[in-house]
Design a protein around this ligand. Sequence first.
Ligand code: CO
Length: 134
Amino acid sequence: MLGRLNHVAIAVPDLAVATATYRDVLGARVSQAQALPEHGVTVVFVELGNTKVELLEALGENSPIAGFLEKNPAGGMHHICYEVEDITVARDRLAASGARILGDGEPKIGAHGKPVLFLHPKDFHGTLVELEQV
Ligand code: CO
């Protein structure tokens, strides 16, 4: 069911500082910052040869990463995103196995314009898992 690793997301308290770390200290190719108000984050993509890292900064009042940053004020790994061919098939298979799908269980359009779902971290060994249909 799982395809490639699409990205690893790191929540950060200061996106400009984190972007400078990846660009200047680690020598990585980084995108311009993109505000995604419908997702409550501003994101910078770190382009790697085989995958991406997404740096996420909270945007707006009800950012989904606000609670995480309260618990992890220095930032930290927030979620990992795997590609699937058919997100509805994947969702139904996971639900049948007892895994909890976050939200209303319906795929939403994610930061890359593709359908995504999030899976409960307690069902996946303490890691928030995002599935993206590619
Ligand atoms: Co993501």
